[in-house]
Design a protein around this ligand. Sequence first.
Ligand SMILES: [Zn+2]
Ligand SMILES: [Zn+2]
Length: 364
Amino acid sequence: MKGMVAALAGPERVEVRSFDVPEPEPGAVVARVRRANVCGSEVHIYHFHHPLIRECVLGHEFVGEIVALGEGVTTDYAGQPVREGDRVTAPYYLTCRRCPACLRGDFNLCQRAYAFWSRPPEVEPHFHGAFATHYYIHPDQYFYRVPEGLPDEVVAGANCGLSQVLFGLHRAGLSAGDTLVVQGAGGLGLYAAAVGRHMGARVVAVEGIPERLELARRFGAEEVVDMAEHPTPGERAGRVRELTGGYGADVVLEVTGVPAAFVEALELARPGGCVVEIGNVNVGREHEVPLAPGLITRKMLRIQGFVRYQPWYLHRALRFLEQHHREHPFGELTDREYPLKQVGEAIEREEARRVARPAIVPDL
Ligand SMILES: [Zn+2]
Ligand SMILES: [Zn+2]
């Protein structure tokens, strides 16, 4: 059987290439991709701006269905029986269980996490990414069966943004009665609003785009701080103090990816509060911002960055969606659908977007 992958052949150059779909090795699974979202990280890779990744098969947020099970695979990683035709999703990275990070149980920091993700398409088993007709789930890769009744468009983003914010907010110790400030109401911020709300927190979203402010409310934000109304960090900090009895937020989640927003988060958090950094992922001089470390000391802040997530948070994400997907417009996080041969256009649309993401539907 032949399948196709959308591969990056050069900066801003995507080619659809055909390969034999491999038989899964023992412990592996081959899935047919039903739907994949375009994520901000694909934009980065598309322009060759990623520090390491060059020619590669694109795509990592997806839902698929099993076409072949490798020897020994009878259940998913939650122990649920699986068979051909079942819908599944998987974290987009490997967990080798043999490296120093895995030895500590920090599976999200596995040093071989991206051993296949960034590989060129000609390297077997070819189907390393989700912008493809098929996706190869490796023996060192967790995967979970998707609950019945969850639409593909609701599930496709679970293995990236939703799992990420569940992991971050859980580890930050957010609890009922807390105030959570979410900086940025893009995909991650909207997921965080819903998760925070259902964890029992009061959610305040800080955002400048009107459609996103509206969505933030529909995803569970009780208050919004409109950056058009409060254009300076000082005004926004003042507004958050007003909303928190003059004391500041228990947890501040930064998901804008703007370095200055991190400094602002230090201002928004209450004394003894926690700042969760997920949005800023770039390093290097051009991403530096001045800040006074004394602020961290004097407020006794906890600051925690999060990269990827412990793989079992994807299982929690699916259960969360199963319970709450009707309460918030998860399906509206993506709008237009593109076939494989238009992956380049889809990525350019992602780059220009203000609100909903494009999705790749290989069968289109
Ligand atoms: Zn992603
Ligand atoms: Zn490892």
